[in-house]
Design a protein around this ligand. Structure first.
Ligand SMILES: Nc1ncnc2c1ncn2[C@@H]1O[C@H](COP(=O)(O)OP(=O)(O)OP(=O)(O)O)[C@@H](O)[C@H]1O
Ligand SMILES: [Mg+2]
Length: 499
C-alpha cells in the first residue's frame, strides 16, 4: 500500500497563549510524506499544544499553516480529518461501553436498512485487518471495557489508520507500552513511513526516538530549540538541547541495608488471576522492582494490595499488621500509599487546583481541631512544586490545564507529601521528561534511605534495572522469579516475563 497523495505541511510563526502561560511562541515545523519526525522537549515545553494546533483542536493566536501548497489560517478538527491528518491524543479517549469496532469507526459507523441499524458484522469485517496491521491481540467484537491501557493505545492508532491518514500524529504513544509492544509499534510506524505516511511522534523515551526518527525537532519553553538530522540523533545531544545541560548521574546505586519487611503479601489472589497466589515482601529501605509484560497482573496486584480492588484471598501486612480487605482509608492510615497507573481515574481531581490536589490527603495532618492551617497547606504545596519542578503559572490553576507530565508530577507530589512508610508506584515516570526522571529517582532513593519500602511497577527496562535493588518478575498473575541486583539484565527479566 502506498499513499497516493503524500502530505506536505509547514507551520510557521505559531503562537499560543494561555492565561499566565506562553505555550507556544513563534514556532515553526515542517513535515512531508514518508518521514518520521520526532518532537521532543521537557514537560510543558508545548509539544501537545503544537500537535493540537496541527490536528485542528486548538486555534493558534498567530501563525500560518501551509498544507499541500495552500495557505490556511487555522484548521478545524473536521478539516484536519478530511485532509488526512489523524491525531492520537496523549490522554486516551476510549469509549469503554462500546466494542472495539465501534470505537475504531466512531462517527463513521456502517449501517444497513432504512432505519440505519448498525451493521456490526460489516463493521467487524472492516476493522479486523486494521487490528492485524497494528498487531492487536484483541478482536473487533471485544468490548473496549476489557482493554488494558496498552491495548487502548493500539485501538486509537487503529482508529487513525482507519481514516486513511496521510499524517499520523502520535502524542506519547508508547508511554504505556512494554518493550515488546513498543517494538511492534515502532515497526508499524516504520512500515507506514515506507508507505508514504508522514508521522509526527512525541516521546520522552529517547531510545525510541533514536531508533525511529528521521529528523528531530526540539521545543524548549514554547520555542524552537533546534533540529537534528538522521546522523545527529543521539541521546546526550537531545538532552542538552531539551534542557540546556547534561543530566549527570542518572541512576545511583546505593549501598543500603535492608531491614525488616514493611510490606508482606501472603498468598494474595486477585480477581483477574483468581488461581494464582502471590507471595512477596518489601523490606524497609528497599526498592523492589515489579517487572512483567502488560497483562501480567501487576497493576491488579497493586490495586488489590492497596485496597481499591477486593482481594480473592490471602493476606496483606504492613509492618506486620494485617490490612482489612478493600479499605483504602485503612491502608493510608497505616502508611501504605499507591501512585496509580491511570491518573485520570484514581489519581487526580482535574477541576481542583494544583495545590488542593497536592495537599488533600495531608489535610488531617495540617489541621488543628478540624481547622486547616492555610499557611501550612500553601507551604506544603510550594515545597512540593519546587521539589518536583511542577510547571504551572500558579498553584491555584486547575490540574486539567497542566501538561501530561506535570499532571503526573502532581500525583507523585501528593503521595510524597503524606510521608508514606510503604509506597507502591505504578509506572512512576510515565510521561515524565528526562530531567524530572532523574529527580524522581533521587526522591525515591532518599525515601528508601529514610527507611521507606518501595514497590515499583515499571515497564521501562532501563529504569527497572537502574533503580531496583531486587526485581520480582510477574507472569500470568504469579511471581515467576525474583532477581537480585547482580543478576539483573534485560534478558534475565524477559526470560522470566514470558514464562
Ligand atoms: N487548556 C490549557 N489551559 C491553560 N494552560 C494550558 C492548557 N493547555 C496547555 N497549557 C499550558 O501550556 C504549556 C504547554 O503544555 P503542553 O501540554 O503543550 O506541554 P507538553 O510539551 O506536551 O508537556 P508534557 O511532556 O508534560 O506532555 C504548559 O505550561 C501547560 O500548562
Ligand atoms: Mg504533552
Amino acid at each position: 500500500m502506498t499513499v497516493k497523495n503524500p502530505i506536505a505541511l509547514t507551520l510557521s510563526g505559531v503562537s499560543k497563549l494561555y492565561p499566565g502561560v506562553v505555550a507556544l511562541e513563534d514556532v515553526g515545523l515542517s513535515i512531508r510524506g514518508g518521514e518520521v519526525v520526532g518532537l521532543i522537549g521537557e514537560n510543558g515545553a508545548g509539544k501537545s499544544t503544537l500537535m493540537r494546533v496541527l490536528g485542528g483542536a486548538t486555534a493558534p493566536d498567530r501563525g500560518s499553516i501551509e498544507l499541500d501548497g495552500e495557505s490556511i489560517a487555522a484548521l478545524t478538527p473536521a478539516e484536519a480529518t478530511a485532509r488526512g491528518i489523524a491525531f492520537v491524543h496523549q490522554e486516551l479517549n476510549t469509549f469503554t461501553n462500546l466494542d472495539v469496532a465501534a470505537n475504531v469507526l466512531l462517527g463513521r459507523e456502517i449501517t444497513r436498512g432504512p432505519l440505519g441499524v448498525l451493521d456490526r458484522r460489516a463493521m467487524a469485517r472492516a476493522v479486523e485487518p486494521i487490528l492485524q496491521r497494528v498487531g492487536a491481540r484483541f478482536g473487533a467484537r471485544d468490548s473496549a471495557f476489557e482493554l488494558s491501557l496498552a491495548d487502548q493505545q493500539l485501538l486509537e492508532i487503529a482508529r487513525a489508520l482507519s481514516m486513511d491518514a496521510r499524517l499520523v500524529i502520535l502524542d506519547e504513544p508508547t508511554s504505556s507500552l512494554t518493550l515488546s509492544e513498543t517494538q511492534r509499534l515502532l515497526e508499524v510506524i516504520a512500515q507506514l513511513r515506507d508507505e508514504g505516511v508522514a508521522i509526527l511522534f512525541v516521546s520522552h523515551r529517547l531510545a525510541e526516538i533514536e531508533q525511529v526518527a528521521d529528523r528531530v525537532i526540539v521545543l524548549r519553553d514554547g520555542r524552537n530549540a533546534g533540529e537534528l538530522g538522521r546522523g545527529e540523533i543521539e541521546k546526550n545531544r537531545m538532552v542538552r538541547m531539551m534542557i540546556g545541560r547534561d543530566v549527570g548521574q542518572f541512576y545511583d546505586k546505593r549501598d543500603h541495608d535492608a531491614h525488616a519487611p514493611v510490606l508482606q503479601l501472603r498468598d494474595v489472589a486477585t480477581s483477574t488471576y483468581p488461581d494464582a497466589r502471590v507471595n512477596l515482601s518489601v523490606k524497609a529501605g528497599e526498592i523492589l522492582g515489579l517487572a512483567g509484560l502488560v497483562g501480567a497482573g501487576r497493576t491488579e496486584l497493586a490495586l488489590a494490595t492497596f485496597g481499591i480492588d477486593a482481594r480473592r484471598g490471602g493476606e496483606v501486612l504492613v509492618n506486620g499488621v494485617p490490612l482489612p480487605p478493600r479499605s483504602v482509608a485503612q491502608s493510608i492510615a497505616m502508611g501504605l500509599c499507591l501512585l496509580p497507573e491511570n491518573r485520570k481515574e484514581h489519581g487526580l481531581f482535574l477541576d481542583f487546583a494544583v495545590s488542593e490536589n497536592v495537599t488533600l490527603p495531608s489535610l488531617a495532618r495540617l489541621s488543628r481541631r478540624g481547622v486547616v492551617d492555610r499557611a501550612a497547606e500553601r507551604g506544603l504545596a510550594e515545597t512540593s512544586q519546587q521539589r518536583l519542578g511542577i510547571k504551572v503559572a500558579s498553584l491555584d490553576r486547575a490540574v486539567a490545564e497542566l501538561s501530561g507530565g506535570n499532571q503526573q508530577k502532581v500525583v507523585l507530589a501528593k503521595w510524597l507529601a503524606m510521608g508514606p512508610k510503604v509506597l507502591i508506584l505504578d509506572e512512576p515516570t510515565r510521561g515524565i521528561d528526562v530531567g524530572a526522571k532523574a529527580e524522581v529517582y533521587r526522591l525515591m532513593q532518599d525515601l528508601a534511605n529514610a527507611g521507606v519500602g518501595i514497590l515499583m511497577i515499571s515497564s521501562d527496562m532501563e529504569e527497572v534495572i537502574g533503580v531496583s535493588d531486587r526485581v520480582a518478575v510477574m507472569c500470568n498473575g504469579a511471581i515467576a522469579g525474583i532477581l537480585s541486583s547482580r543478576d539483573l539484565t534485560e534478558e534475565s527479566i524477559l526470560r522470566l516475563a514470558v514464562g
